[in-house]
Design a protein around this ligand. Structure first.
Ligand code: ZN
Length: 340
């Protein structure tokens, strides 16, 4: 299940005379067959100074025209047609959910966490995520009742512009797909073919092996397994896998609270490492109950500071292969204490 090999190169580092060996590890993702590399660190960027964040001015400047802030949100954001929801928007706690002004397909929405224009990483609360996820589940449930052609749903987050986010004001994106994206198509197809070939669920097998090995396993919290992926696609990537559930609509309020707590643990770990930008994704698939489990992926993106170097280089964007610089086994070992 876990295939890897190493390639070595000898170079003479500046200011020295003797060649040193530098190792690249190439790992194959056990589900998709996609390779990923763990490479020598490319830069030595300073951690974020959260006591005096250099992006504070950007946060303040964007607040006065933010369409998601109180006093503007009801006028500045689109509404659903009344057949979907009377009043045009979904609400749960402080979370407000409305159509995405730039949809990616038939059903695209956005949902805010709270009236707060900015929430620092590490300062989100369980209530923020739980309320937003509950709101999201209502929307997914409503759309899937109205449109049976939808088979896939994703809940995602760009946190800060360095992760691709267009607005500072924290929010999630919800997409319900009739035509799945490449990754969703791969998740469904590879999970199904693993079941067909072996008679077992890939996800059940992965959890069992990771738990037995312990190297990348982080924690087991009521019905959710937390681990680092063997062949990461992003920096400091962490996965959560829901046991026995493949469709987001199956998740209870308690499940969503548990997910929220784990996400906050991961965010505190990232913050302690001086990171702030991140992406989050939850993948829900209908009709693959035997072969698929809800997967949640979380990974760190470029730090949101002036003159930052983007974490996606030619290697990822042009060559289509992730290169990260920390071993998943080290990340898992460091993360365990955040789940205690
Ligand atoms: Zn705002």
């Amino acid at each position: 299940m876990f295939e890897r090999h190493k390639e070595e190169t000898g170079i003479i580092l500046p200011g020295t005379d003797q060649p040193v060996t530098i190792t690249t590890e190439i790992r194959t993702d056990p589900l998709t067959g996609r390779t990923a590399r763990i490479t020598r660190r490319r830069t030595n960027e300073p951690p974020i100074n959260f006591d005096d964040p250099p992006y504070r001015i950007h946060v303040d400047e964007t607040a006065s025209a933010c369409p998601f802030c109180p006093g503007r949100i009801m006028e500045a954001t689109p509404r659903f047609v009344p057949d979907i929801v009377p009043g045009g928007r979904f609400g749960s706690g402080e979370s407000i959910l409305f159509p995405n002004l730039s949809p990616y397909g038939r059903h695209s929405a956005v949902s805010t966490f709270s009236p707060d224009h900015f929430i620092e990483i590490g300062e989100f609360t369980e209530i923020h995520y739980r309320d937003n996820f509950v709101n999201t589940r209502h929307y997914i449930d409503r759309i899937m009742t109205l449109d049976p052609a939808v088979r896939y749903a994703t809940v995602t987050q760009n946190y800060l512009p360095s992760s691709g986010g267009t607005l500072i004001h924290p929010h999630l994106q919800i997409n319900l797909f009739v035509t799945p994206t490449n990754y969703l198509r791969e998740l469904a197809a590879f999970s199904k073919s693993f079941l067909t070939k072996t008679g077992r669920s890939f996800w059940g097998e992965l959890i069992a092996r990771e738990e037995a090995l312990g190297e990348r396993f982080i924690a087991h919290t009521d019905g959710i397994v937390w681990l680092c992926p063997f062949a990461p696609q992003g920096q400091k990537e962490v996965w959560a896998v829901f046991e026995g559930r493949s469709d987001f609509r199956e998740l209870s309020d308690d499940d969503l609270s548990m997910l929220a707590r784990g996400i906050l643990s991961v965010q505190r770990y990232w913050r302690d490492g001086g990171d702030n930008g991140f992406n989050l994704g939850i993948y829900s698939i209908v009709g693959h109950k035997e072969s698929y489990r809800i997967l949640v992926r979380m990974l760190v993106r470029t730090r949101f500071v002036p003159y930052a170097r983007n974490d996606q280089s030619y290697f990822e964007v042009i060559l289509g292969e992730a290169a990260t610089d920390e071993f998943p086994e080290k990340i898992a070992a460091d993360l365990k204490k955040y789940f205690e």
